[in-house]
Design a binder for this molecule. Structure first.
Ligand code: COA
Ligand code: AMP
Length: 624
């Protein structure tokens, strides 16, 4: 691991030299002379005196270098029967004209734009158009309900919302515009305009503040890129925390561009002109970093796939896409392969396709379970690479660095700390644990470029949520250990965040909804194992004294409420009535113990428990 060790060592010993070198991959308007500003530690800023435009780096510069005819986006949409290839020149045209639309609507550098869109190329153009004029985009995943969208509107206070008339799910067409209207109705902040991209499947009703994409686009002149400070925000992406209120993860322009270029080459081993497919959604961080920014900044072709891995038309959809576009590497969540494996356990459909272009298959978003690892490796015959990271970091914290120096794969581990990340396993006294012992996975500050500088408008919450558990460190929220070879093992969240089909959700926000049911005295929502989705939420409900509601009715109502308030993506399907919840003598619900029992672990009875008998009843339900 000579190259890796050298790079990793230098990144920690002399981070400024390391990232100064990496910054050469980016086209700057003003080159960085200072690399790291630590004057406001624990808040750090990278490239504080540099200026650039992220859209120029992702699009214009490739066209200027003569690659305008290279495919930037290969859009493939089995759910609509559509496929389009957008070259870099076409992407530049649409992006700069849509930037003109936004500018004509009064959007200026620093203004926020919420994007609530399906997986279509116009969504990528809208993101890049914001970057072009220095506006800050906040993409909200389409599976979230109006109340969640509204919470994000009130936090980000956008001048404009960009949406489409619909998204397409296997079982239904989701009309986005009524959801946006309902969200604005709920919000205190009212955006000035809503730009609507009308898709042929659904015609969205238009109101006074609504602007038709095509009409505005036809009239708009292209907007020139605006030079922004490297430390200016590029986007806000909301993610789930322990409480119901989502956290607005901020991404800056300069550090992000450098991290995208560096990671695409060094972690994923991809080069300009390569064909890359990240089968995720632009609403999640994987979509931001590895559908949009990293491949485009690096001048690669990114496949934009609108659909599911199975059912469109069958479980061979992934293999068809790999063959059709000559995809060299795929990045998805293990749940996607579990879905394929469920439909086609022997991988028989693979035989209908030539997937020989593929050199690697990357997984992230949740633990890579051994069955998925074996199945994918066995059937695809390429290295199966796990990588661990989070919305907050924006790019891998631990990985097998395929571009820098491929290293042996150990199933169960995303491999080693990525250069820039000083990973330490700490105990409750903030001390490093012995090799092989479990503890909190923490990262010594400063975090590398591209990671969150703060939470949107809330430095205090950033410090309280991430930097206070272990002073001098960023606390990841995951627990795990490092083995004698330096390989990191991620064992799962230590808080109340769960991962359902690779989607990060807060059990706290589900509890708030369930608790608002008139018959519910108290409740706990925990993540339990699911063969397909990895985890699913299950609610445990104690009824109010005197309530005689039927358990099935209660479940149906609670499930409908969560779907209505949070969205279908919450995937809560079960609410179990229990006589009592296990609690400490001071009244705190022992969620951790519940999670342990649900996972089939032989949980010790906590010494603080109020009534140990409650656990027995719960064990029967949870393990049954
Ligand atoms: N807009 C509207 N609704 C959406 C949505 C969107 N963008 N995305 C999901 N939903 C809905 C689904 O239709 C489903 O609704 P339903 O309860 O009426 O069926 C619900 O939210 C739950 O979605 P999901 O958890 O994705 O379940 P699924 O059964 O539809 O699909 C998988 C399961 C595994 C096939 C799917 O999650 C998948 O392809 N995952 C790939 C990995 C991935 O994208 N990971 C993201 C981070 S890397
Ligand atoms: P998100 O912010 O949606 O990317 O979710 C981040 C969380 O997903 C992490 O904190 C982990 O709990 C989990 N996660 C992501 N990737 C992995 C991985 N490779 N192995 C284990 N857990 C992962």
């Amino acid at each position: 691991m000579a190259d890796y060790r050298e790079a990793y060592g230098q990144s920690l010993r002399d981070p400024e030299a390391f990232w100064r070198q990496a910054a050469q991959a980016i086209e700057w308007d003003v080159e960085p002379t200072r690399i790291l500003d630590d004057s406001t530690a624990p808040l750090y800023r990278w490239f504080p005196d540099a200026r650039l435009n992220t859209c120029v780096n992702a699009v214009d510069r490739h066209v200027a270098a003569g690659h305008g005819s290279r495919v930037a986006i290969a859009y493939d949409s089995p759910v609509t029967g559509n496929a389009e290839q957008w070259t870099y020149a076409e992407l530049l045209d649409v992006t700069s004209r849509f930037a003109g639309v936004l500018r004509d609507l009064g959007v200026q550098a620093g203004d926020r734009v919420v994007i609530y869109m399906p997986m279509i190329p116009q969504t990528v153009a809208a993101m890049l158009a914001c970057a072009r004029i220095g506006a800050v985009h906040s993409v909200v995943f389409g599976g979230f309900a109006p109340a969640e969208l509204s919470a994000r509107i009130d936090d980000a206070t956008p001048r404009v919302i960009v949406t489409a008339s619909c998204g397409i799910e296997p079982t239904r067409t989701v009309e986005y515009k009524p959801l946006v209207d309902a969200a604005i109705e709920l919000s205190e902040h009212k955006p000035e305009s809503v730009v609507v991209y009308q898709r042929p499947q659904v015609e969205a009703p238009m109101g006074e503040r609504d602007v038709d994409w095509e009409t505005a686009f036809a009239k708009a002149d292209p907007a020139e890129p605006v030079s922004v400070a490297a430390t200016d925000p590029l986007y806000i992406l909301y993610t789930s925390g322990t409480t119901g209120k989502p956290k607005g993860i901020v991404r800056d322009n300069g550090g992000h561009a450098v991290a995208m270029a560096w990671s695409f080459a060094n972690v994923y081993g991809m080069h300009p002109g390569d064909v890359w497919w990240s089968a995720s959604d632009v609403g999640w961080v994987v979509g931001h970093s590895y559908i949009v920014y990293a491949p485009l900044i690096s001048g690669a072709t990114t496949v934009l796939y609108e659909g599911k891995p199975v059912g469109t038309p069958d479980a061979g959809a992934f293999w068809r896409v790999i063959e059709q576009y000559g995809v060299q590497a795929v990045f998805t969540a293990p749940t996607a392969i579990r879905a394929i494996k469920k439909e086609d356990p022997e991988g028989a459909l693979l035989e209908n396709y030539d997937v020989s272009s593929l050199h690697s298959f990357f997984f992230a978003g949740e633990r890579l379970d051994p069955d998925t690892y074996e199945w994918a490796g066995g059937h695809l015959g390429v290295p199966i690479i796990d990588n661990w990271w989070q919305t907050e970091t924006g790019w891998p914290i631990a990985a097998n660095l395929r571009g820098l120096e491929p290293m042996p794969i150990k199933p169960g581990s995303p491999s080693v700390p990525v250069p820039g990340y000083d990973i330490q396993i700490l105990d409750h006294d903030h001390q490093p644990v012995a090799v092989g012992s479990e503890g909190d996975i923490a990262i010594k500050l400063p975090l590398p470029p591209g990671t969150l500088p703060t939470l949107w408008g809330d430095d205090d919450r950033y410090i309280a949520s991430y930097l206070s558990d272990h002073p001098g460190y960023y606390t990841s929220g995951d627990g795990g250990f490092i083995d004698e070879d330096g390989y990191v093992y991620v064992m799962g969240r230590t808080d109340d965040v769960i991962n359902v089909a690779g989607h990060r959700l807060s059990t706290g926000s589900m509890e708030a909804v369930v608790a608002s049911h008139p018959d519910v005295a108290e409740c706990a929502v925990i993540g339990v194992h699911d063969d397909l989705k990895g985890q699913i939420p299950r609610a445990f409900v104690v009824l109010k004294a005197g309530s005689d509601i039927d358990a099935d009715d209660l479940q149906a109502q609670v499930v409908a409420m969560v779907r209505e308030e949070i969205g279908p993506v919450a995937a809560l399907k079960e609410a179990v009535v229990v006589p009592a919840l296990p609690k400490t003598r001071s009244g705190k619900i022992l969620r951790r113990t519940m999670r342990g029992i649900a996972a089939g672990r032989d949980e010790p009875v906590p010494s603080t428990i109020e009534d140990p008998a409650v656990l027995d009843a719960l064990r029967d339900i949870l393990q049954g």
